[in-house]
Design a protein. Structure first.
Lengths: 340, 326
């Protein structure tokens, strides 16, 4: 059985549910690198090019962990799936950079896909998938079955991940919670926070210093930018003076803009990665927009390998305190009004 | 709550450079405070601080609640038996609001941290902390003072003597120092250089920590660096606004922690005794040991804290398997 390695970093967090069933159905053994650990981070920082962003460095670390355990590395050159916007150009270069960086790598499977660059996306995707399939089997039916199964699984994954507008509105009205955990211990109202950032930061506890657990332990229900209905995001993008170029930053900025406008969360936490180019644009835009709509506080946190955990926790704690205290203050104002 | 019984609350703020303690009464008035250097040994300095406080106010004074804050707040909380452990931003904001309820901006510059807190209608609405750079904090001033062989206490006074500040690159501590040396070699008088340093630090603070913040008066300046009159003058020059320095500027964090402890106790409907270990903390034996966990590739550094040989806290693992919760 041929072993194919998937580095658990960057767009893996977007497409793993597509890739894993595809390779499995082709009869390959899928080897995924473990969640980021200190060891992987050390390897990454030691070997990756200096000026890459932290997440890209981690990608190389994950690839290196896999290199002696697999027959192939699967590192697609991914340009984007938006109809006219593109992803980060680093995604396209990953495979080639890795090849020139490290000698004696197993062969890299690197199909290229970029919907914005024209052509019928379905046909191109099918063609690429078929080419990849041929590495593992000569049976075209098996390949087609794998493609079909993979897309079905992927669609189902997205259906569960991205909530519909009705669910979102229920959450905004505090009728439901999105995460399953006990309420805040002091019987205070559950705070709601929009946690926005790249999928590969939100879902990697190591590089985000496990911010999800920190928020959870503060008794906060979160919605992530990944979960936001796409239509609302595209609608927000239409309000920008100039359209945002990068695919994933649209998701991030769109979520921030939506909640700044609708004021249905207590606060927004924006996770950024150090030296990420697209982030620096979206981050600056978000900061300016939040100044225009100052009702919803925005906390921007920048992560890299040098980020101190203590300082980060202090910021989060102070932010949560700020939200809770302002809420308590408003409650007092309300009751006094009723008494008058 | 019965009015006849006076209640007292203790706040402990342990930062990178200084350790402060404050005891307040139930009307939040400061009874007494202690300020000492942490000297890299927070456990010792907390014990020493408690001893100094005990000598000042007597061991008969009963503590109804204790709070800890500062970068060593978690450790301090364990050592003194704090009822509440809170971050410095909340603590500083509360203390400032107690002394001036109209305050809109709090600038706090401590040993290695500097913060800005934006307050509107007595509510914190925004804040920022310095990130990876310590230029513009107390330790830098400390270092330059000792390099120039001037006691840090005289630094601010000397700066005020100067009529003509030398311009010094304040972007980075290391470059500020080389620039300062260069100006010395050119023969500029020390006062002018010191004044230039204060201005460089104020600029650095406003461009870094205060970047994009709406700094409205009244502005309160606190933390150890507020003792430096040169810094106050520099801030007034750049902000073109009056800078208020509270009377107890150097122990505001501790006062805030004490207020938090009081709030915490008063919020609870049922009266509970404080977890405070008591005034004999200085006589207790605290031990901290560390080891590396090899359970997974994260190789976490675990710290254990023992009081009189009894394990009272353990933390440091990402997965939480070593944590001892009280």
């Amino acid at each position: 059985m041929k072993r194919v390695g998937l580095p658990r970093a960057l767009i893996h967090y977007k497409f793993s549910e597509l890739w894993i069933p595809f390779f499995k159905e082709l009869g390959a053994e899928v080897v995924i690198s473990p969640l980021t650990t200190k060891k992987i981070k050390d390897i990454a920082v030691r070997s990756a090019p200096d000026e890459d962003c932290y997440s890209t460095k981690l990608y190389f670390g994950h690839a290196l962990v896999l290199k002696d355990k697999v027959d192939y590395l699967f590192i697609p050159r991914y340009g984007g799936y938006h109809k006219n916007k593109v992803g980060c150009p680093k995604f396209i270069g990953l495979a080639e950079v890795l090849k020139s960086m490290i000698p004696n790598l197993p062969p890299i499977i690197m199909p290229h896909f970029n919907r914005a660059k024209g052509g019928d996306p379905r046909r191109i995707l099918l063609k690429r998938a078929f080419e990849v399939g041929l590495i593992f089997t000569k049976n075209p039916f098996k390949i087609f079955r794998a493609i079909k199964k993979a897309f079905k699984a992927f669609k189902e994954h997205k259906r569960i991940l991205i909530i519909d507008e009705e669910t979102l509105h229920k959450w905004e009205l505090s009728e439901i919670i999105l995460n399953d955990f006990p309420l805040y211990k002091d019987n205070e109202r559950q705070l709601k926070i929009a946690l926005v950032g790249h999928s590969y930061v939100l879902n990697d506890p190591y590089s985000s210093l496990d911010i999800r657990s920190i928020l959870k332990n503060h008794g906060i229900d979160i919605i992530t930018s990944e979960q936001m209905p796409r239509r609302l995001i595209e609608e927000q993008m239409g309000k920008l003076e100039s359209d945002l170029y990068f695919e994933y930053e649209r998701e991030i900025l769109g979520t921030i803009m939506y909640f700044l406008e609708n004021k249905t969360v207590d606060g927004i936490v924006h996770l950024m990665i150090f030296s990420c180019g697209p982030d620096s644009i979206a981050g600056e835009l978000a900061a300016r927009l939040s100044k225009r709509h100052p009702t919803i506080p925005l906390l921007q946190l920048v992560f890299d390998e040098l980020t101190g955990e203590a300082g980060m926790r202090t910021r989060i704690e102070a932010f949560v305190d700020m939200l809770r205290r302002s809420e308590a203050e408003q409650a007092i104002l309300l009751t006094t009004k009723i008494h008058i | 709550m019965t009015q006849s019984v006076e209640r007292y609350y203790l706040g402990v703020d342990v930062g990178s450079i200084s350790t402060n303690l404050a005891v307040i009464d139930q009307s939040k008035e400061l009874i007494d405070s202690v300020y000492l250097r942490t000297e890299g040994r927070p456990v010792n300095s907390v014990q020493k601080g408690i001893k100094l406080m005990r000598d000042k106010i007597g061991e008969d004074l009963d503590i109804s609640g204790a709070g800890s804050t500062g970068s060593a707040r978690k450790l301090t909380g364990v050592i003194v038996g704090a009822d509440i452990v809170k971050n410095e931003i909340t603590a500083h904001a509360l203390a400032s609001l107690h002394y001036n309820p109209d305050i809109q901006t709090v600038m706090e510059i401590g040993g290695q941290d500097s913060k800005i807190i934006i307050i509107r209608n007595s509510i914190v609405v925004d804040f920022a902390m310095n990130t990876v750079c310590a230029a513009g904090t107390g330790s830098f001033l400390d270092m330059q003072a000792s390099r120039l062989d001037i006691p840090i206490e005289n630094f601010g006074r000397l700066a005020l003597k100067s009529e003509n500040a030398v311009s010094i690159a304040g972007r980075c501590t290391v470059f500020a120092e080389s620039d300062m040396i260069h100006k010395q070699q050119l023969g500029h008088p020390t006062e002018d250089i010191i004044k230039g340093l204060c201005e460089a630090l104020a600029r650095n603070y406003l461009n870094n920590v205060g970047k994009g913040k709406d700094i409205k008066p009244p502005i309160m300046f606190q933390g150890g660096v507020a003792a430096n009159a040169g810094m106050r003058e520099a801030f007034e020059k750049y902000l073109e606004k009056e800078i208020l320095i509270p009377e107890y500027y150097d122990v505001m964090g501790a006062i805030g922690a004490a207020i938090l402890a009081q709030e915490d106790k008063e919020r609870k409907k049922k009266h509970t005794d404080s977890k405070f270990f008591g005034w004999d903390i200085p006589d207790m034996k605290f031990n901290t040991t560390g080891f590396e966990c090899d359970g997974c590739p994260n190789i976490c550094e675990i710290v254990e804290i023992r009081k009189n040989e009894e394990l009272i806290a353990r933390w440091g693992s990402r997965c939480g398997k070593w944590d001892v919760a009280d």
